[in-house]
Write a protein that binds this ligand. Structure first.
Ligand SMILES: NC(=O)c1ccc[n+]([C@@H]2O[C@H](COP(=O)([O-])OP(=O)(O)OC[C@H]3O[C@@H](n4cnc5c(N)ncnc54)[C@H](O)[C@@H]3O)[C@@H](O)[C@H]2O)c1
Length: 272
């Protein structure tokens, strides 16, 4: 058991389709003990049974935009678990109207909400748990290819993910002095609650499936297993990284699927 004796905090479970659920599942299978958070009362009743499923009765309310929630976090963790070895930040939000239409029309309000909830929260959460995070500990966040590259409809969330990936590098430097590692997984598209806010998400899923080297989409189990590795001592020399778990989609310079002169879908290498 790779995480036997390790303890962690999982932020970002909304339901059993959440990427954070897949991560918790993999960590639980490898012996980790975990505390969970929920955003609001509506989600509390979903997160509590999930925590129970993973043998935990430690469930805290945490809106990353609420300083009072962050202030009390380290004390609650200390009381329930003592010091912890890892933290998972699987949080993102942008107003739905900012995830369709043209990026040029993004409002200042939507921009600030997306950056605050999806980027600044990695800093504020990390700072909040630092007093109880052990030397040798690990912080992990979730990002997407729409950060470094253009992806249709991802808009302001792409800009937020680019800032998140940069934040990972700056945090990795700062926390390196304490032997704490900070990494990101760039997951391929998965149908979750957050993803349902993105315009034409079904098209994105299908496009990734047909154009990735593995010819399928990733699952929360795929992401969970890779996350478990990055959270564990197996990755003791890895920090500041963005690790792609996307069936290889990000390596493609050109897709497999194209259209011929008549508009029929064909394999790109059959194009005349
Ligand atoms: N689903 C995908 O295709 C995909 C791909 C790559 C990266 N990601 C990233 O993975 C992470 C998890 O998303 P998911 O796809 O599992 O969706 P999800 O909806 O299951 O999880 C998003 C979580 O963010 C939480 N959240 C939103 N606002 C919050 C706030 N103010 N305070 C605390 N929590 C808040 C929600 O409660 C929810 O638990 C996100 O960062 C997302 O951008 C998702």
């Amino acid at each position: 058991m790779i995480l036997k004796g390790k303890k962690g905090l999982i932020v970002g479970v909304a339901n059993a389709k959440s990427i954070a659920y897949g991560i918790a599942e993999a960590c639980h299978a490898q012996g980790a003990q975990m505390a969970f958070t929920y955003l609001n009362d509506a989600l509390k009743k979903r997160v509590e049974p999930i925590a129970e499923e993973f043998g935990s009765k430690f469930v805290y309310e945490l809106d990353v935009n609420n300083p009072a929630h962050l202030d009390g976090l380290a004390d609650r963790i200390k009381k329930d678990l003592g010091e912890i070895d890892f933290v998972v930040h699987a949080v993102a939000y942008a107003p739905k109207e900012a995830l369709e239409g043209e990026f040029v029309n993004t409002t200042k309000e939507a921009f600030d909400i997306a950056m605050g909830t999806s980027v600044y929260s990695l800093l504020s959460l990390t700072r909040a748990v630092l007093p109880v995070l052990k030397e040798g500990g690990s912080v992990l966040t979730l990002t997407y290819l729409g950060g470094p590259k253009f992806v249709p409809h991802y808009n302001v969330m792409g800009v937020a993910k680019a800032a998140l990936e940069s934040s990972v590098r700056y945090l990795a430097h700062d926390l390196g002095a304490k032997n704490i590692r900070v990494n990101a997984i760039s997951a391929g598209p998965i149908k979750t609650l957050a993803a349902s806010g993105i315009g034409d998400f079904r098209m994105i899923l299908r496009y990734n499936e047909v154009n990735s080297p593995l010819k399928r989409n990733v699952t929360t189990e795929d992401v969970g297993n890779s996350a478990m590795y990055l959270l564990s001592d197996l990755a003791s020399g890895v920090t500041g990284e963005v690790h792609y778990v996307d069936c290889g989609y990000n390596i493609m310079g050109m897709g497999d699927v194209a259209t011929d002169a008549e508009g029929n879908t064909i394999l790109a290498w059959d194009a005349k």
